[in-house]
Design a protein around this ligand. Sequence first.
Ligand code: AMP
Length: 380
Amino acid sequence: MTTVGILGGGQLARMLALSGAPLGLRFLIMDATADACAGHFAPMVVGDYRDERALAEFASRIDVATFDFENVPSESAQWLSERVPVFPSPRALATAQDRLAEKTLFGELGIPVPPFVAITSRDDLDDAIARIGTPSILKTRRLGYDGKGQFRLRTTDDADAAWSALGPQASTVGLILEGFVAFERELSVVAMRGRDGEFRAWPLTENWHVDGVLSASLAPATVDPTLARVAHRYAETLAHALDYVGVFALELFCRDGELLANELAPRVHNSGHWTIEGAETSQFQNHLRAVLGLPLGATDPLGHACMLNWIGTMPDSDAVLREPGGHWHDYGKEPRTGRKVGHATLRADSRGELAEALLRVGRALGREGQVAPVIARLRD
Ligand code: AMP
């Protein structure tokens, strides 16, 4: 009996555990909070990732470790990797944890990125603004997620406000100024690499964010096949360069028909949740297959799928459950502003049917605004 240890006990760990059950796997979750939602399905070690005693207990009870949370301290991942196999590797994790390191790597690999400059002081910020211009975005190098740790500068007059907001973090997590990309679309490649180096990717996903948080995903994205091939090639290049094992997401901006890389998420990703019902093999099961060295599952789409995120509170489930292609995911989390508490996936055989289903669900839940951009894309 194989036990997979997961660092972080949120919805990603929960969905990993659910998808691993048919493979006969057991799971052990490590999280600092006892009521982490993955703990509803798997035993837990409750403790801080820096707590060596808790980590030692975790290591002694598992065969392999992986992550639901990418900001596990790299020293903890390293410590663990000296005791059990850890996938993705601490090196890949460390690169993805640092916006400067990952953007530098993208550039070295020939993957285009928005202009960026590392910032350590207020003077650096002025110099960077002079080079990159505005609009631009000041971001923390580490520990930012879902639009947190970011400040948008509309004009140079915003420099003081940006520095007041994030300047104190320049000496702790570091800062980076990035050119603002007036993108037409946000896309992601959800892909995986096995222990033997085999690479596979799901079809490209188009994503819509609200206030920096993912709101809806559509897959397969309705993009030019050449563009999709370029995106997949970037993901493959990156996976091999990092000797990556497991599922990851590469987030991309599309502007004037060109792709610019935003970031690498070194784990299963919200923009891949549609694969549970919308693809032959889900990102969750394939991640487990990859880290265990099992054959990787097919990534073919099953028609067309749209994932809608539920943020803050769960809506009523009836409208989605009534749909023939409607699937409901309640993470069992307490409602809280800005928190991802669940999602729904609507699946259909044609784009037109998917648009109709989205229209019905959007109206029934009073979420017309959330479904509108997806419907517009489906009807393009
Ligand atoms: P991130 O945490 O870097 O993934 O940013 C969250 C969201 O903010 C992205 O998905 C975009 O919608 C937006 N964003 C981040 N960086 C940029 C950028 N350089 N230009 C335009 N929008 C951005």
